[in-house]
Ligand binder design. Structure first.
Ligand SMILES: [Zn+2]
Length: 312
């Protein structure tokens, strides 16, 4: 079980379920500016440079922003609508119901919070700065089920490059494996923020085409499952955030569903969606609501600064 917070339902009957990822980022590469060294990452020789404290801080800030933007608040889980014994016991069901009048079906909103810390962390990730002209950095992240073995071997839980918090274009490389008409779609280029994909692994999500025999990991072994076919053998699959693309889809709510099943002890009848309205749940925040809360934050910030000026 990851660290989680289950909130209380708001007047729209939406209950936030937040998964907390506590991460320690450690710079890899050389100690001194101007120096570089060659290291082996996932069997690839890569020349790494020095990461300045400023570069690491910029990476961390950007990581938090892009990863939360991708994974938090887009996925919803509707409660089982059957009465007990098939549905949730009444006491459990009530925890997801606003005590006042609410006209929407109860729904859980999947949220993610990234907490950067050097103590009491669950994830230990090395950040690298490849020198110019190096081959693509083989970023990786183990899924939670592998951590026990990784820890026993004293290995980091993942490695990222400074570029992984920027949007990268993945050109179709699956011409040889695509089962749909990939050749005709050759001009399609998918975009991905690699950090978002790797956080998918942190949550426990596997590659989009994981069911392919080449992509199964051997039990209790850190088996390489990075064959191109694992990232999708159709254009649709490749566009998934757990392929080469960035689409967040209903199945990605599974890590939160696992938590809900654990917390409620109820396994059946939950429904995953990116469109809560289709399941009778409330719509996500409207643009106006978003603009209003953003405006409020700006105003508060400005007022805070004015107060700071008066005092200082
Ligand atoms: Zn991956």
């Amino acid at each position: 079980m990851p660290r989680v917070t289950l909130g209380t339902p708001d007047c729209r009957n939406i209950t936030p379920l937040t998964i907390h990822l506590r991460i320690k980022f450690q710079p890899g590469g050389t100690e001194k500016p101007g120096e570089s060294k060659v290291v082996k990452v996932q069997g690839k020789q890569i020349k790494l440079g020095h990461i300045s404290p400023g570069e690491l801080e910029a990476f961390k800030a950007r990581f938090q922003y892009v990863v939360t933007d991708q994974w938090s608040g887009k996925l919803y889980i509707a409660l089982p609508d059957a009465p007990p014994p098939l549905g949730l016991p009444t006491t459990e069901f009530r925890k997801f119901m606003y005590p006042g009048l609410a006209r929407w079906n109860p729904c859980v909103q999947c949220k993610l919070k990234v907490e950067l810390t050097d103590s009491d962390f669950d994830w230990w990730v090395i950040v690298c700065k490849p020198e110019a002209g190096q081959p693509a950095f083989p970023s990786y992240m183990y899924t939670p089920d592998k951590l026990k073995l990784v820890n026993s071997q004293g290995m980091p839980h993942g490695m990222l490059s400074l570029n992984d918090v920027k949007v990268s274009k993945n050109l179709p490389v699956l011409k040889q494996t695509a089962t749909d008409n990939w050749n005709a779609a050759e001009s399609i280029s998918l975009q991905q923020v690699v950090a978002g994909h790797e956080v998918g692994h942190m949550l426990g999500l596997h590659h989009v085409n994981y069911s392919h025999p080449l992509c199964h990991e051997k039990k209790d072994e850190l088996y390489d499952n990075n064959d191109p076919i694992c990232y999708g053998d159709t254009v649709f699959k490749a566009a998934d955030a757990m392929g080469y693309g960035s689409e967040v889809r209903a199945v990605h709510a599974r890590p939160w569903l696992r938590v809900l099943k654990h917390l409620t002890g109820h396994k059946k009848g939950w429904r995953l969606t990116t469109d809560p309205l289709s399941l009778g749940c409330a719509t996500p925040e409207t643009l106006l609501e978003k603009a209003t809360s953003a405006g409020k934050a700006l105003l508060q910030n400005a007022l805070g600064q004015m107060r700071g000026l008066q005092v200082g």
